[in-house]
Design a protein around this ligand. Sequence first.
Ligand code: HXC
Length: 261
Amino acid sequence: MSETTYTTLLTRTDGPVGIIQLNRPKQLNALNDTLMDELGAALRAFDADDAIACIVLTGSDKAFAAGADIAAMAQYTFADVYRTEYITRNWEALRHVRKPVIAAVAGYALGGGCEVAMMCDIIIAADSAKFGQPEVKIGVIPGAGGTQRLPRAVGKAKAMDLVLTGRMMDAAEAERAGLVSRVVPADKLMDEALATARAIAALPRLAVLAAKEALNRAFEAPLSEGLQFERRMFHAMFATADQKEGMAAFLEKRAPQFQGR
Ligand code: HXC
């Protein structure tokens, strides 16, 4: 992959893992249009790179992201944001990434920061993580999935509690509520996220892509359609070399050699 320099992100690779770090530390990684444009570009680059099998998205120790950039949007009028889709126009990139994306969250994940984390496939949280949708406190509401993905993740009761009060929940509460997959000590966050990403990267790639696609159907489609899609994707796996290899290796009691096809 060619080297790209971003102004609001740091990117690197670790074997088959692409790592994107949000990097506006003075503003607690507040998400402005430049950052969201660059995040989209970095995600698309890793998604298109055959050497990359899994992506980790992280922030700093203090903040994954403290939300959309309030300084950038404070003076906007309804006409500005509705006509031009300022703020919201470039927030869909994560949805279109086909490879698994792991959010490694330490510190604040608030407003748009919580929404970006929820767009990822797996959230691994440091014990320092704090999640919330505080938008009501500044006279707006969540604008990138907070009223939609949060209730799907934690249920109506907790989502209403969080969105209507704007309070934060700590990592332990977020894990109990089902928002995060795991909580680890803060100094182990990246080790855990990278180990998880490497474990996924070692698996048959087509099966991983298909599993992600099928699982996402659970949130988009009625059950009957989701089940049908899952069945067809299951059938499709029998066209892959890795299915032959995976099952043969199991039966022959040896380690599989996957080819990603
Ligand atoms: C712009 C921000 C910011 C934000 C923090 N900063 N959050 N700048 N947008 N969302 C800046 C502060 O202004 C400050 O800049 C510096 O980062 C450090 O923040 P402090 O407030 O001094 O730190 P602290 O006292 O530790 O408090 C941390 C905090 C607080 C609790 C996270 O910063 C906070 O409440 N931030 C706003 C959270 C929020 O309301 N998020 C939702 C935004 S709306 P200076 O220059 O003073 O050092 C949203 C909509 C999404 O996200 C829509 C998506 C389409």
